[in-house]
Ligand binder design. Structure first.
Ligand code: ZN
Length: 503
């Protein structure tokens, strides 16, 4: 092994340990920690973040990195090591330009900003959150200005932090195509959906039984309980320390059966990705999913493409009926399938159906663009938000809590993140059409045989971690980069068939 790389590895292991400690803190804050602990915990988080910063940004790491980047040294590295050096350079540049004190202040501030957002959301009052949001935006602009070169646009840098190769130029076209194709479809489908009776979903469903069913479902899809646990939180999420410690959460509502089921499938999709990153890569800087978009493609592949298909429920629905015989005895499989695919514009993103979902993302993308191009005042964002919901979805949120305050992302400083959800949907559709062309996809689902589908994803996507980016994965797999056309085709085909459109 390369001697310089060996020295760097010692530093990387320390950096990794701080990352894992912070991840564990975050898991605890979102699942178990008492409400009032935040002001006290945020101090420790600030200190740990500072230690992380010092372990990463220092003269020794910089020199080792620079040495490894010389042609002579770089050529002696194996492919994993090369990928680690590349990723380290990206991470290093991402924070090295931020002065240490500012980085620490920011880490403390962002934990507090989240609790400010929580309170404002509870009080349904955007104005309460405005000062923190302004400060957060200023932090982001300042941090980006430290590493931005002349012509680069701030929002492009934010976008590429989440998804390499997807700047405004690419995303403007991506979203325009979706708007053009899907706005008429949304209208048609929501008209048809008006007559669908879904009252079965809102009967009383015992929470303990929901938990047992969801646990079975996660296992059925491939969640490995020796490498993972399932907890509870207000908003379901996935996190992990390594490929042997993957944690997901769910939330349960007695009068909404679907909510927990689809959250379970979604988070299991994320978990399967992390559990199957190769052992060689886990606990290294490239040991996670390739990108946010690629991660979302996997959760949505399971949640929507598999989880909302007829073939999947042919095997699974009898088990659900056996769990809730009273509530579901008169609901046929076809009625259930129409029910889970009902589509109607609604104000809340995470409750949106597959078809209207992308419009929630388009709205956020357009607003973020306005923010970072200085085209809107933070005080006016709630109004802009509601106007865009009226424009694209024909509805106006009743209050800020189900409007602009619904998502945690901006409170934590995650600007540029949302579009990766839409990219994820598009990747999932593209992979789906490819898989259908090479394997009896629906047949596997009907037989209750998820294994070949999961193994295909494991060996073509999951195992590589961040060794390849989104377009490299897609190109190696199907000789084609991301194209939004598959997603549009998928939506059209699915809803035309399901709702007999055109008849
Ligand atoms: Zn997700």
């Amino acid at each position: 092994m390369n001697k310089t790389f060996n020295k760097l590895k010692e530093h990387l292991e320390i950096i990794q340990a701080f990352t894992e400690a912070l991840t564990l803190y975050d898991w605890d804050l979102q699942t178990q920690a008492p409400k009032e602990s935040m002001d006290y915990n945020s101090k420790t988080i600030g200190i740990l973040s500072n230690e992380y910063y010092k372990a990463l940004v220092n003269l020794k790491v910089r020199r080792l990195l620079e040495k490894l980047e010389t042609d002579k040294e770089f050529e002696t590295l194996d492919s994993n090591e090369k990928a680690i050096v590349r990723k380290l350079r990206k991470t290093y540049n991402g924070i090295a330009f931020i002065p240490q004190q500012e980085y620490r202040e920011f880490s403390e501030f962002s934990a507090k900003s989240v609790s400010k957002w929580e309170k404002a959301k509870e009080n349904k009052d955007f104005n309460e959150f405005v000062p923190a949001l302004k400060e957060m935006i200023d932090y982001k602009k300042k941090f980006i200005s430290y590493r931005k070169s002349g012509r680069q646009k701030i929002y492009d840098i934010l976008l590429e932090d989440y998804e390499e190769g997807f700047k405004m130029q690419e995303l403007d076209i991506f979203f325009e195509k979706i708007k053009e194709a899907l706005i008429p479809l949304v209208k048609q489908v929501s008209e048809k959906s008006k007559t669908i009776d879904k009252s079965y979903n809102h009967q009383k469903y015992d929470i303990q039984k929901q938990k047992e069913f969801c646990k079975w479902l996660s296992g059925y899809l491939g969640f490995n309980f020796n490498r993972g646990i399932i907890g509870e939180s207000t908003h379901p999420f996935t996190t992990n320390l390594s490929n042997h410690d993957v944690r997901i959460t769910n939330h349960f509502n007695q009068e909404n059966l679907e909510s927990a089921i689809f959250s379970a499938i979604h988070e299991t999709g994320h978990a399967i990705y992390e559990m199957n990153v190769s052992d060689e890569l886990t606990q290294t800087i490239i040991g996670g999913g390739a990108s946010c978009g690629m991660h979302e493609s996997q959760s949505r592949f399971f949640e929507n493409i598999i989880g909302k298909s007829h073939a999947f429920w042919e095997y699974v629905y009898p088990k659900l009926v056996a769990t809730f015989p009273e509530q579901l005895k008169d609901v046929s499989l076809d009625e259930f399938l129409i029910g889970i695919n009902k589509s109607a514009p609604s104000p809340v993103r995470i409750e949106a159906d597959e078809l209207t979902y992308t419009f929630h993302i388009i709205i956020r993308y357009e607003i973020e663009k306005m923010i970072f191009q200085n085209k809107v005042k933070v005080e006016n964002l709630s109004k802009v938000w509601n106007k865009k919901y009226k424009e694209y979805l024909g509805i106006i949120p009743e209050n800020d809590s189900e409007g602009i305050l619904q998502d945690i992302h901006w409170a934590g400083g995650d600007f540029g993140y949302f579009s990766s959800y839409a990219i994820g949907n598009a990747i999932a559709a593209q992979i789906y059409y490819y898989m259908k062309s090479i394997m009896p996809f629906d047949e596997y689902l009907r037989q209750g045989n998820i294994t070949p589908i999961r193994e295909f994803l494991n060996s073509n996507i999951h195992q590589y971690g961040m060794k390849k980016n989104t377009n490299e994965i897609l190109k190696d797999l199907m000789n084609e980069e991301l194209s939004v056309d598959y997603f549009i085709r998928y939506m059209r085909e699915k809803y035309t068939k399901l709702f007999n459109l055109g008849e």
